[in-house]
Design a binder for this molecule. Sequence first.
Ligand code: NDP
Length: 289
Amino acid sequence: MNAAPATPSRDNAPGRVWLITGASSGFGRSIAAAALAAGDTVVATARRPEALDDLVSAHPDRAVAVRLDVTDTARIADVVADAVLWYGRIDVVVNNAGMGLVGAVEETSDRELRDLMDLHFFGPAALVRAVLPHMRRNGSGAVVQMSSMGGRFTFPGVGGYSATKFALEGLSEALAAEVAPHGIKVLIVEPGSFRTGFAGGALRQSAPLDAYADSVGPVRAGLPDSDGKQEGDPDRAAAAILTALAADDTPLRLPLGDDATDAVLGALDAARTEVLAWEKVSRSTGFDD
Ligand code: NDP
């Protein structure tokens, strides 16, 4: 059992009840703050819940910080059970916790790949499994999956990172169709470069090989260089997410930022052009009978 909120308000929690992972910084913190500003109730989970003391003390009746490492999948069900015990329901779950990893495919170790899959895929999948019974019972809810523009296309140096986000997007696309009849929305968010902790101290780099200095070297240097200078504002991202969730026609995927929007449009055009260029060969593989 987690430490109960100061004033739990079972069955009459104000607004919607959110459960957010990785809420100690960046997007997670901005989304928590935006939900609280909108009058909602927030279960903000983090590896360091004390980083949320200011938000919780400003809204003791509507905010609680809970310790959760999302790779500890055994604990996820307990956290969800506590949230439902305290507030009666979970309306919005945000799978946000994550980190960057730079390395060519050959440079990236099995351990690094598995650790990132735990963080970006198996943890989020476990959280979705834990909340869905409650959302289905209520006949409503929303699942927000923080992916990346790197969840739609990729480039040298981010194959491992993209693999985890592609996996999350594949799971989420099927999930969206499965839970829509139960009144539950799925929103996959695809940010470009945003000014969070992502490119700073939290960024992981695989051990480099000289063979990839030309292709991956610029990404190794460029990402940390961008820290603190990225164009994207996480508070505006949070506002965009709330806008998309409030819409009747919430999109399945929402790129965020000029960079993500341009790059996703470019990737879609390139994918269509390639399918059309090879269409004859693609259609040549059936039996004649
Ligand atoms: P931040 O580094 O600011 O925030 C990441 C958050 O994830 C932190 O709160 C961190 O906690 C938490 N976290 C990391 N590992 C775990 C774990 N095992 N269990 C629980 N929490 C964990 O970066 P962002 O806000 O940018 O990252 C949020 C999401 O956005 C990620 O999924 C990332 O992939 C995605 N994203 C970010 C982009 C960007 O440019 N910023 C672009 C595209 C996608 P702690 O403080 O304990 O380290």
